[in-house]
Design a protein around this ligand. Sequence first.
Ligand code: HEM
Length: 162
Amino acid sequence: MSGFLGTRAPLFPDVVVVALVVVIPLFLIGVSLAKRKRLRAHLAVMQATFGVLAVVVVAFVVWARLFAPGAPHLEGTWLHGAVYRPLIFLHIVVALSSLALGASTILRARRRVISPERPAEVKLPEGYRGRHHLEGYATLSALILTSGSGLAIYYLRYIWVG
Ligand code: HEM
């Protein structure tokens, strides 16, 4: 089935590209909520955004293995070895890292701030704050790289004509 962005891409890559673009501002909204101490909202935005992203990425990996079309206009060109393949490698590494980092950031933060006795209270304990900030910004950096490399791959596969 063809996509909706008016490029050569099938439907699934279009869905993924839109998701990669939309999640970045959503994560930045999540950070700004944390800075303004709207912590329940921070938790909700981060978890929902990360959940949707994880489902889209996993579904895309399955689709790519089973149905992705080839890229004959790239094969045999200097771009294939010098740019496209390293980009795919980088993309896979940063995508897997952001999933792992995001899941661990959420699970640890939930364990540290949501106790069964005080489920309504969201506040990272002093000793853990710095760690969460570090993990949080590392997750965001990996996500931005995932999004950027994903957009570059989309461009080379479905827009660039050689
Ligand atoms: C992928 C998920 C998450 C990311 C990327 C993330 C990222 C961040 C970042 C970057 C900050 C620092 C903002 C600043 O510069 O002040 C922050 C603060 C905070 N986060 Fe998260 N967060 C995530 C999930 C969560 C979850 C699930 C919880 C709670 C269960 C949580 C609770 C907090 C709290 C309480 C603060 C404020 C800490 C303070 O008092 O400075 N975060 N988060």
